[in-house]
Design a binder for this molecule. Structure first.
Ligand SMILES: [Zn+2]
Length: 380
């Protein structure tokens, strides 16, 4: 097992009726003025907005708001929020929504103290300060509620880039699974696939981290099983809670302990899909590229992939496990190829250029341009 550091400072409040505690916690933290960031109207429909308002009001905390953060969140929205934060003099951010909202909050929390928020992504400026972030999660997927990562799209330069800062871990995240029981199944499945992908980005990186691999096997099996249960019954609150917590654990550091930071090649590739076509959901794009990536690499280094086939899918060959994986995603209604995602053959060379901003992609399995071209053809 490789040397590692592990530290996660985010406090989690899990379960229903936890939103009611938010105002008191903010007050205890000495916060008097807060800015709420949210997406569309679902926060009002599921009652969370009213509950947040009531809790803050009872604690005497002033609230300003920005709505309208969309999937594949943009730098333009981040800049708009930075301006509002500076004008309102807010001392903290409440990010109430899914990962698009939380990632936007992180970029804005750091962006307040930078010349340009995009500099955090290009690393032109170092993040040395950020507003504290409190989240109310409404869609489990990226684990953003318990990590310091954010992914934002710069629509002008067509770059969908990620960044990390230890200053961007939320101070507190409220995970109330009942808030997710009205989600369309497609969104649940996209979130589940994203969580699966986060674990898989680490999974093949080191065969010696056996304790981490054992945790990852259990998380992968649980995510598949809980998503199947929710496909059958969206109101299954036990499945909803277990899926939510598994998705958090998939990217809060635990699933990657001793794994050299993971590979992240598939994420780099998928970010190009949704930068070119913002209508492509991140999880669905990953569901196309990951089975193809496993198929492609398992021919070169089969032993690392055999464990996954056996422990997660109970199959004796990688080929059979990949087939089970693809069939499962198909059952959940996710696209099975780049073509089904709406990507055209004449866009492949543009995609390839967007993916290959470095000579190779992937931290562990370093693929060059020709290899990525073959992989895209396999996924097409
Ligand atoms: Zn992801």
């Amino acid at each position: 097992m490789e040397a590692f550091a592990f530290h996660n400072p985010t406090q989690i409040l899990f379960g229903n009726a936890r939103i009611e505690e938010l105002g008191g916690i903010l007050k205890n933290d000495g916060i008097r003025k807060c800015h709420l960031i949210a997406g569309g109207g679902s926060l009002r429909e599921n009652g969370a907005y009213e509950r947040i308002q009531t809790s803050l009001k009872a604690a005497g905390i002033e609230l300003t708001e920005t709505w309208g953060v969309q999937a594949n969140p943009t730098l333009d929205k981040v800049k708009e929020i930075v301006e509002q934060l500076q004008n309102s003099g807010s001392e903290a951010i409440i990010a109430a929504g899914g990962s698009s909202v939380i990632d936007t909050a992180k970029a804005a929390a750091a962006g307040c103290f930078l010349k340009d928020p995009w500099n955090a992504f290009t690393e032109k400026e170092k993040i040395e300060k950020a507003l504290p972030i409190y989240t109310v999660l409404t869609l489990s997927a990226t684990g953003s509620e318990m990590n310091g990562n954010a992914v934002i799209t710069n629509t002008q330069s067509r770059q969908k880039w990620g960044m990390f800062s230890p200053l961007l871990y939320p101070k507190l995240s409220i995970i109330d699974p009942t808030l997710q029981s009205t989600l369309p199944f497609k969104q649940t499945a996209n979130g589940a696939m994203d969580a699966i992908a986060h674990i898989l980005e680490f999974y093949f990186a080191d065969e010696k981290a056996l304790s981490t691999l054992a945790i990852d096997d259990a998380l992968l099996r649980t995510i598949v099983e809980m998503t199947d249960r929710l496909h059958y019954n969206a109101q299954d609150i036990v499945a909803r809670g277990n899926l939510a917590w598994s998705a958090t654990l998939a990217l809060n550091g635990l699933s990657g302990v001793g794994m050299n930071g993971g590979d992240w090649g598939c994420h780099g590739i998928e970010h190009a899909f949704s930068a070119l076509h913002p209508e492509i959901a991140h999880g669905e794009g990953l569901g196309v590229i990951f089975p193809a990536w496993i198929e492609y690499l398992s021919e070169k280094t089969p032993s690392q992939f055999l464990r996954w086939a056996r422990c997660v899918w109970n199959e004796d060959t990688v080929a059979l496990a990949v087939r089970r994986f693809r069939n499962k995603l198909h059952d959940w209604g996710l696209a099975g190829s780049l073509r089904e995602l709406g990507i055209k053959q004449n866009e492949l060379s543009t995609l390839l250029d967007m993916i290959m901003i470095q000579p190779t992609i992937g931290g562990v399995f370093k693929l060059n341009k020709e290899e990525v071209r073959s992989l895209l053809m396999l996924a097409f």
